[in-house]
Design a protein. Sequence first.
Length: 276
Amino acid sequence: MQFTPKRKKSGGDIYTEKTACPIMIDLPHKEESRHCIECFRCVNPQAKGGLYMRLRHPGEEIEKIRSHNPGLAEIWFFFLGTGIALGGFLWLVLPQFQIWRQQIGAWMVNKEWWWVLESGPSWLMVVEPERREVFYWLDFMMIVGFMLGFMVLLASILFATTYASSYLSKKLSSTSESISIRFKELGYQYAPVAMVSLIIGLGAKLFDLLKEIGLSSNMVSNTKVFLFAIGMIWSLWLAHKILQTQGVNLSRRWLAMLPGAVGSLAVGYSWWVAIF
Ligand code: SF4
């Protein structure tokens, strides 16, 4: 749903203190939904002005992101959030992580840095001897380093694929927008894949609940696969719609969609390794 002005003024969102909105949105100019906290204060069905609530299909704002003030900070959140969520799973399952841990640990011990085999403060890392879970400084540095490294790697892949899509979009369309404007819009194609990644990655307890209501482990895994498949198809759909607004002809649009599909597949492959 979305709160939309009954009498809209053009020009995009602006902010003012002379408004009923606690976020200081100038109501007749409201176009974006990202800052609205949906408090209903601006909604009065009897009034001629103000806002009304309308239903919209999911993703509508991203399909028309050009008129909804795309922002680089949001794109970086998609790129980095996906990577850090995946990194948090992959260190648990990749044998290579254990090999690196052994090698780096041995190298540090050879240097007589004994402190790496001591545990740190419990507000920083897991120190629960009664549960036989005690992390050392070595674990802390390895896990944080691995997660950050994977975040940078995946963000680089998504950056490269988005840039390739933007470059192709510029080459294949007759409109004049620069590659950087196209990049800012096409980065949003990863919103569904990124959000599903965060749900799967950070919502472990949510899926535990499914087991408690009687679903088998297989069914829970299939639910995750299903969610991810929807995310990927939705990402492709968004790329198709965004490229349409960028003036890329339907017959050649698939070419500019290819790098985006590669990026989604890279995320999908990493999840496959991590949890399926
Ligand atoms: S619902 Fe609340 S936050 Fe959103 S535009 Fe209206 S007054 Fe502002």
